[in-house]
Ligand binder design. Structure first.
Ligand SMILES: *[C@@H]1O[C@H](CO)[C@@H](O)[C@H](O)[C@H]1NC(C)=O
Length: 144
């Protein structure tokens, strides 16, 4: 009988804690993340002619080619899948330069992009592609 009691308490503790552990993960799975890509590139072209071309996709979703005007903000939403393999990658072309970058990656962004309206912010600039998770401090994560 003593053995049963010794087993029972740890089991009870596990049963209480397990749903909590799942709840934390489930919470992340229902979050809708907003991915913003802002064209902050200087352009010699007239403002109505796009100088930046973006092509973003994931394994099963192609967002198509997007030509961006100056200061345009291109946004889409994504959730994280159960295995946390969600990944959106983009190819950016600007004045003969080309750069591949990961606009949303579950394992990298699931926490850092929850700080400011569940948003991942990218700013395309003359020396690289800058990231921000608060819309105030920016770091160049992908130099051209
Ligand atoms: C970031 O801040 C600027 C003003 O500083 C504002 O115009 C813009 O809408 C903000 N972006 C987002 C995604 O909230």
């Amino acid at each position: 009988m003593a053995n049963l009691k010794e087993l029972f308490l740890p089991m009870l503790a596990l049963c209480i804690m397990c749903p909590l552990a799942f709840a934390i993960d489930e919470d992340l799975l229902v979050v809708e993340y907003h991915i913003h890509i802002i064209n902050d590139l200087p352009s010699d072209l007239p403002p109505n002619i796009p100088a930046l071309s973006l092509h973003c996709k994931s394994k099963d979703k192609d967002l198509g080619e997007k030509n961006m005007l100056e200061h345009q903000d291109y946004t889409w939403d994504s959730r994280i899948n159960l295995l946390r393999t969600t990944l959106f990658f983009c190819n950016a072309r600007w004045e003969g330069k080309q750069r591949y970058f990961e606009a949303f990656k579950a394992t990298r962004d699931e926490h850092r992009c929850r700080v400011y309206h569940n948003s991942c912010l990218w700013s395309m600039r003359h020396d690289g592609i800058y990231f921000s998770n608060d819309n105030s401090s920016w770091t160049n994560e992908y130099p051209w």
